[in-house]
Every structure is written in structure tokens, then in C-alpha cells.
Design a protein around this ligand. Structure first.
Ligand code: Z5A
Ligand code: MG
Length: 223
């Protein structure tokens, strides 16, 4: 790894059952193989991180074991990311690649879908470490609903997923248009086989195999 490079921050977003966790794991292994000549490491983070005190509250809410005001659960999801912000930054500075399964974009999409104002939803995540690349796994809610495990948690209903997709589309459009501090947004067709999706992801990730250039960005810092 060149001394001017730091670790790359790569986020996988997408609708439920689009294969995010499957692909994060495949990407983790492939990145490690590709880097085996150098000292670089790869870490995975799955948001929400359900093991912290805040994460346990989120988990109970998602399993409908507790009820929370929409604003409250939104802020808890954001706080759950801030809990990890310094860890992410430290990894990147040490040359470690960070792969995140969901991030602030899920936070906005799920809460704005409920009717909370878009800008209000974005505000608590302003200033978080920004990904260098966000890969959005696009799948029709109808196909996602045929995949294993769908429907077990609170938001896994087709009409919710359609609303969430509309907000994700808005986020993607804005990021592609302004090319600002939020990094690059690439849409991937997740309706293909696992292997085909993995190949498409790899094409986007390969330029970051040996790290990223420049300082770590901050989400929406120019708003
Ligand atoms: N949420 C929020 O509201 N606000 C926030 O800020 C954040 C999250 C961060 C839990 O998230 C909920 O939290 C979620 C959003 C909300 N709402 N809901 N519902 P989570 O990430 O913990 O959810 P999950 O339980 O991991 O499920 P998932 O993310 O929906 O699934 P996935 O990771 O995208 O898919 P997968 O586990 O990789 O694959 C699902 C199944 O499909 C599995 O059997 C695979 O073998 C299969 N699969 C995967 N790829 C394929 C292909 N290509 N073909 C066929 N089958 C496949
Ligand atoms: Mg998952």
C-alpha cells in the first residue's frame, strides 16, 4: 500500500433481502484474498450493531417487543452509528478497509418513509465519516419478498419497502447529481444470482483494493 493511502470505507445499502449481508461477507473474503501481499486488513460492520446498550433497544423495537416514538427510534439508529464513528476513523487511518452493511442512508430512508421530514432525518448523521463508495443493491420489493426470512421483522412488508425504495431513489439521485462530500453512489442489480451480483460489485470496488486517497470525508458537511 502506498504511504499516501488510507483504508477505504465501503457501504452496502439496499432494500430488505436484497442480499446485503451475503455480499458484504463475499466482498470481505475477496478483498482479503486480493490484499494478501500487503498488511491491509478488512473489517465488517453490520448496522444496526445490536450488541451495544443502544443496539439492544433497537433490536427490541425491531422485534416489536417495545414501542418507541418515530423520532426516538430514528435518533437511536443514528446514535448507534456515532458509537462506531471513532472506530471507523481509526481503522481507516491505520489502512484498514471498512465494509458497512447499511449506514446513514437506511436511517433516512426508513424514517422519511414514515412521514418524518427528510432534512430532519438527515440532520443527526451530518458529520459522520463519509463512505468513499456506496453500493445500492436494487431489487423489486416483489422479488425480495420471495427470499428466505422475509417478513420476520417490523418493516418487512411490501408497502413499507416500496416507500423506502422511493426515498433511497431520491438519496441516490441527489448524490449522483451533487458529487459532494458523501462519496460515490453506484446502483447494482441485485435480482441476479449471488455470483453475478458479486462480480458486478467487484468491478466497482476493485479500484479501492489498495485503499483510498485523501482525507476521510464527513457526511453532508457542505449543507
Ligand atoms: N434500519 C432503520 O430503520 N434505520 C437505520 O438506520 C438502520 C436500519 C441502520 C434491520 O436491518 C432493520 O433496521 C431494517 C432497516 C432498519 N428494516 N427492516 N425490515 P438489518 O440490516 O439487520 O436487516 P437484516 O435482518 O440483515 O435483513 P436484510 O438486511 O433485509 O437482508 P439482506 O442482508 O439484504 O439479505 P441477506 O441476508 O444477504 O439475504 C437474504 C436471503 O436471500 C438469504 O436467504 C440469502 O441466502 C438469499 N439471497 C441473497 N442473495 C441472493 C440472490 N442473489 N439470489 C437469491 N437469493 C439470495
Ligand atoms: Mg442483512
Amino acid at each position: 500500500m502506498s504511504s499516501s493511502k488510507r483504508g477505504a470505507f465501503i457501504v452496502i445499502e439496499g432494500l430488505d433481502r436484497s442480499g446485503k449481508s451475503t455480499q458484504v461477507s463475499l466482498l470481505h473474503d475477496r478483498l482479503q484474498d486480493a490484499q494478501n501481499a500487503g498488511p491491509t486488513k478488512v473489517v465488517m460492520l453490520h448496522f444496526p450493531i445490536r450488541t451495544t446498550a443502544i443496539g439492544k433497544m433497537i433490536d427490541a423495537y425491531l422485534h416489536s417487543e417495545s414501542e418507541l416514538d418515530d423520532h426516538t427510534i430514528h435518533l437511536l439508529f443514528s446514535a448507534n452509528r456515532w458509537e462506531l464513528a471513532s472506530t471507523i476513523t481509526a481503522h481507516l487511518e491505520q489502512g484498514t478497509t471498512v465494509l458497512a452493511d447499511r449506514y446513514a442512508f437506511s436511517g433516512i430512508a426508513f424514517s422519511a418513509r414514515k412521514g418524518l421530514p427528510y432534512e430532519w432525518c438527515r440532520a443527526p448523521d451530518v458529520g459522520l465519516p463519509a463512505p468513499d463508495l456506496t453500493l445500492f443493491l436494487n431489487i423489486s420489493p416483489e422479488v425480495a419478498a420471495t427470499r428466505a426470512g422475509y417478513g420476520l421483522e417490523r418493516y418487512e412488508k411490501e408497502e413499507v419497502q416500496k416507500g423506502v425504495k422511493q426515498v433511497f431513489d431520491k438519496i441516490g439521485r441527489e448524490m449522483q447529481e451533487d458529487g459532494g462530500s458523501e462519496g460515490k453512489w453506484v446502483e447494482i442489480d441485485a435480482g441476479k444470482t449471488k455470483e453475478e451480483v458479486a462480480e458486478d460489485l467487484w468491478k466497482a470496488v476493485e479500484p479501492l483494493v489498495n485503499g483510498a486517497q485523501g482525507s476521510i470525508g464527513r457526511l453532508w458537511e457542505n449543507l
